[in-house]
Design a protein around this ligand. Structure first.
Ligand code: PGA
Length: 242
């Protein structure tokens, strides 16, 4: 089983999100690929209305860990569950960078999600400076240890997204992706005792998806920009189905 997760960011209008969802429904998706669509919270219900009887699956871009209380504008696990969400991104680098999210907060979100049956997809990755200083292992090791604190035997999906590769058109080489993913799998096993899938994210396009999709240790992809354009989305889905 491989995962194709589309992170539709926040700027799509409702009409655009619905058009993309229709594109996915009319695409030929292989049975062994899980195609997860993560629209903004506002469009979850409408997108679900389009994909409900298809193979596509609903995902959310974030969640808050508290279930009750005064946390204005936050979205709870229960609210996502009501909307038939199955996968939830946590710790996306944009949440970390622009909203100050820490590994400790991400750990709380994972702990809140797991009992609900929704699958957390935990984003990790190093900065450009860490990459150039050869500190990728050190960085992802710290993140994995912190986000998995107290989570023995839990099934987690990791999205490895080098921060410098997100939305930049630059990607990590396939050999490096295979190597880093192998390292992440080993570390997750060490800290949680469980096997995990590792997806690659950062500037996936129709030009490069096939290489990443078939690379060793790559259990799928997390796609932002290219998944928000109808033609590219359709091309991406057809490329992973051939
Ligand atoms: P990108 O974004 O595919 O545009 O680099 C990745 C992401 O949204 O995580």
């Amino acid at each position: 089983m491989k995962y194709f997760i589309a992170n539709w960011k926040m700027y799509l209008t409702r009409a655009e999100a619905l058009e993309l969802a229709s594109t996915v429904v009319s695409s030929n998706i292989l049975n062994d690929a899980s195609v997860v669509l993560c629209p903004s919270f506002l469009h979850l219900e409408a997108v679900d209305g389009i994909i409900a009887h298809s193979q596509a699956i609903l995902g959310a871009q974030d969640v808050y860990f508290e279930s009750v209380g005064a946390f204005t504008s936050a979205i709870s696990v229960q609210q996502l569950k009501e909307l038939a969400v199955s996968y939830v991104l946590v710790g996306h680098s944009e949440r970390r960078k622009y909203f100050g999210e820490t590994d400790e907060l991400i750990n709380k979100k994972i702990k809140a999600l797991l009992p609900s049956g929704m699958q957390p997809v935990v984003c990790i990755g190093e900065t450009a400076i860490e990459h150039s200083e050869g500190k990728t292992h050190e960085r992802v090791d710290k993140q994995i240890q912190a986000v998995l604190q107290g989570l023995q035997s839990s099934h987690i999906i990791i999205a490895y997204e080098p921060i410098w590769a997100i939305g930049t058109g630059v990607t990590l080489s396939i050999d490096d992706v295979t190597e880093v993913h192998g390292y992440i799998k080993k570390k997750v096993k060490e800290y949680s005792g469980a096997e995990c899938e590792v997806l690659y994210g950062g500037s996936i396009t129709p030009e490069n998806i096939k290489e990443f999709w078939s690379a060793q240790n790559v259990d799928g992809v997390l796609v932002g920009g290219s998944s928000t354009q109808k033609d590219k989305l359709s091309a991406l889905l057809s490329l992973i189905s051939n």
